[in-house]
Design a protein. Sequence first.
Length: 130
Amino acid sequence: MYETSDEELVQVIADFLELGHVENIVAMFKQDTSLYGLTGKILQDERYMVRMGMAVLFEELTDLRPQEVALAIPSLLPLLKEEDPYVRGEAATLLGIIGTDEVKIHLRILADDPDPQVAEIVRDILSTGR
């Protein structure tokens, strides 16, 4: 039997998100919660529509499966220290959607990020109390 590697899964998920097939990815995450562990890898995709799709995906999953979305936190936290500001900002956005108290503690360190857009994203998340 053929086994799919994580890299192949990341590519398939990213490609589907780029095409706007978020509902297919929602179904995959509902079927296999281990996919939350790939969130950080998927989010590092350079394609804007993939990253936008991740935000839509997590908004949907937060509504459908709020108890599961926190499984993505370990894969997202390292991205808060990435050199590229867009990666830090995207990770902060997904963590803000997840919105646990643990997440807010980690996001506070980016409230004074050197990139003004990242700092603004984080301050908005922390001020809305999401």
